[in-house]
Design a protein around this ligand. Structure first.
Ligand code: UGA
Length: 447
C-alpha cells in the first residue's frame, strides 16, 4: 500500500485548524504549529478555539488517536518531520486596504531556515489568501534565500486557495466544489493533486491546475463576484424602495431561476460583513491599482456596501424624526448567523451612527454579546433575551437573521415595545402579515 504523506499546518485559525482536522480525521499524520501557546494547549486537549459545527468531535477524535499534534512555534520540526506544509497564517489589511504580509513572510523565513537542514524534497503550500504575485515574488525569494536552495529543484511551492464559509467551514473542507492548485514546479503540483485525489476519494471534485498567480486571483475573483452579487441585489433593493408595491425578494426569486444567474447570494439586506469579503474586495482594488488599472466595478461594490447599513438609520429617522433620547432595540450583532464573529459586522456602523445621534441602544444576539462588549464597552446595553431587548423600545432594527428571530410574530413586538416600529434589515418577515399590525419597513420593499 502507498505510504500516506505526513503533513504540517502553520497557523491554526479557521482555515488552518479545519484543514489540519480534516486531514487528521482521514488518517493522515498531522503536525500543527502556531505562535499562540494558549491556542495550541486547547487544541491538544481537543477543544476548538472557535465555534464550527462538526469540528469539535473530529478534533477530539484526531487528538485521541494521535493523528494530530499541536506544537508551539515549531516550524522547524513541522518541516523536518513531514513532507508537505500548508501555510494558513493571517493576512490582515493595512490602513490603505492592501494586505499585510508580515505573518506570511515571517513563516517563510522559518520554513526556509528549516529547509536548509532538510535533504529530502519538501512541498510548501500557501493556503492563506494572498494577492496575485505574492507566492512567486515574496515567498519564493525568501525560501530560496533562507534555505540556500533552489525552488522547483530542491523544494516545491504551491498556492492552494480555500473557499470555506464560516459556520460550515469544516463540512466545506470535507466536501469541496473544486480544488485549485497553482504550482511553481510540476512535481509539487502533482504531489498535492495526489493528496487531494486520495483525500476526496471516491468523490473527487474537479481539480484545476494552474500558475501560482492565477490560483491567487481565483480566490479574490470568487469573493469579489459574491460581494458584487450582494451589492447588485442591494442596488436593485434600493430601486425597489422607490417604486410603489415593488419587492426585491420576488425580483431575486424570479432572477435566480435563470440558470445563468442562479438563486444564491441574492438576499438583499444591510450589506456584507465578515473577515473576508470586505478585506478581499479592498485588497483586490489596491492590487489592481498597483498594476495601474482602476477597477470601477469593484469600487462600486465596495461603495454600495459602505452605504447600505446606513439605510437602517434613514428608516429609523423616517419613523421617529429625531433619534435623540429614543430607545432603539437591535436584534443581531454577529456578521451573519451561526457565528460570534463581528469583524466588519454591519451592526458596527449602525450602532455608531445611532449613538452619535444621541439614541440609546440595547442589543441582543444569541452568541455574539461577549464579542460586542469588547467593541462597544458600556456605550450600549446588552439584553439577555429578545423580550428583554424589545421592552419599551421606540424602534427595532433586525440586523442578523438568526433562526430564533425568524420565529417572532407581530404580537411579540407589539406587546413589548413602546411603539411597535420594526425595520427588517434582512427580509425575514412576511411584509403582508407584519405591515398590517405594526409600522413595518423592510429593505427593498416599495411602499
Ligand atoms: C466567504 C465566502 O462565502 C467563502 O467562500 C470564502 O472562502 C470566505 O468568505 C473566505 O474568503 O474565507 P464567509 O465570510 O464565511 O465566507 O461568509 P458568507 O456566508 O459568504 O457571508 C458573507 C456576508 O455576506 C455576510 O455578512 C452575509 O450576511 C452577507 N450576505 C450573504 C448577504 O448580504 N446576502 C447574501 O445573499 C449572502
Amino acid at each position: 500500500m502507498k505510504k500516506q504523506p505526513r503533513i504540517s499546518v502553520i497557523g491554526v485559525g479557521y482555515v488552518g485548524l479545519c484543514t489540519a482536522v480534516g486531514l487528521a480525521s482521514k488518517g493522515y499524520q498531522v503536525l500543527a504549529s502556531d505562535i499562540d501557546a494558549e491556542k495550541i494547549a486547547k487544541i491538544n486537549k481537543g477543544i476548538p478555539t472557535f465555534h464550527e459545527p462538526g469540528l469539535q468531535e473530529k478534533l477530539t477524535e484526531s487528538i485521541t488517536k494521535g493523528n494530530l499534534k499541536g506544537l508551539v512555534n515549531a516550524i522547524d520540526r513541522a518541516i523536518l518531520e513531514t513532507e508537505l506544509t500548508y501555510v494558513a497564517v493571517g493576512t490582515p489589511s493595512k490602513p490603505d486596504g492592501s494586505i499585510d504580509l508580515q505573518y506570511i513572510e515571517s513563516a517563510a523565513v522559518s520554513i526556509g531556515k528549516a529547509l536548509k537542514l532538510k535533504d529530502a524534497y519538501h512541498v510548501t503550500i500557501i493556503k492563506s489568501t494572498v494577492v496575485p504575485g505574492t507566492t512567486q515574488n515574496s515567498v519564493k525569494p525568501i525560501l530560496e534565500r533562507e534555505s540556500k536552495k533552489k525552488c522547483g529543484k530542491d523544494f516545491g511551492l504551491c498556492m492552494n486557495p480555500e473557499f470555506l464559509r464560516q459556520g460550515s467551514a469544516f463540512q466545506d473542507t470535507l466536501n469541496a466544489d473544486r480544488v485549485v492548485i497553482g504550482s511553481y514546479d510540476k512535481q509539487s503540483g502533482d504531489k498535492l493533486e495526489d493528496l487531494y485525489k486520495e483525500f476526496y476519494s471516491p468523490k473527487v471534485p474537479p481539480i484545476i491546475r494552474t500558475t501560482l498567480s492565477t490560483a491567487e486571483l481565483i480566490k479574490y475573483a470568487s469573493n469579489a463576484m459574491l460581494a458584487t452579487k450582494i451589492s447588485f441585489i442591494n442596488t436593485i433593493a434600493n430601486i425597489c424602495e422607490k417604486i410603489p408595491r415593488a419587492d426585491v425578494k420576488v425580483v431575486a426569486t424570479a432572477m435566480g431561476l435563470d440558470k445563468r444567474i442562479g438563486p444564491l447570494f441574492l438576499d438583499a439586506g444591510l450589506g456584507y460583513g465578515g473577515s473576508c469579503f470586505p478585506k478581499d474586495v479592498k485588497a483586490l482594488i489596491a492590487c489592481s491599482e498597483q498594476f495601474g488599472y482602476i477597477p470601477e466595478l469593484l469600487n462600486s461594490t465596495e461603495n454600495v456596501n459602505k452605504k447600505q447599513p446606513l439605510k437602517a438609520i434613514d428608516f429609523c429617522k423616517k419613523h421617529l424624526k429625531v433619534l435623540e433620547g429614543k430607545k432603539i432595540a437591535i436584534l443581531g450583532l454577529a456578521f451573519k448567523p451561526d457565528t460570534d464573529d463581528m469583524r466588519e459586522a454591519r451592526v458596527i456602523p449602525i450602532i455608531n451612527n445611532l449613538l452619535s445621534e444621541g439614541a440609546q441602544v440595547i442589543a441582543y444576539d444569541p452568541v455574539a454579546t461577549s464579542m460586542a462588549k469588547t467593541i462597544f464597552k458600556d456605550s450600549i446595553c446588552y439584553a439577555n433575551s429578545v423580550t428583554d431587548c424589545l421592552k419599551k423600545a421606540d424602534c427595532c432594527i433586525l440586523v442578523t437573521e438568526w433562526p430564533e428571530f425568524k420565529k417572532l410574530t407581530p404580537d411579540d413586538f407589539i406587546k413589548n415595545m413602546k411603539q411597535p416600529i420594526l425595520i427588517d434589515g434582512r427580509r425575514i418577515y412576511e411584509p403582508k402579515e407584519f405591515s398590517k399590525k405594526l409600522k413595518f419597513t423592510a429593505i427593498g420593499l416599495g411602499q
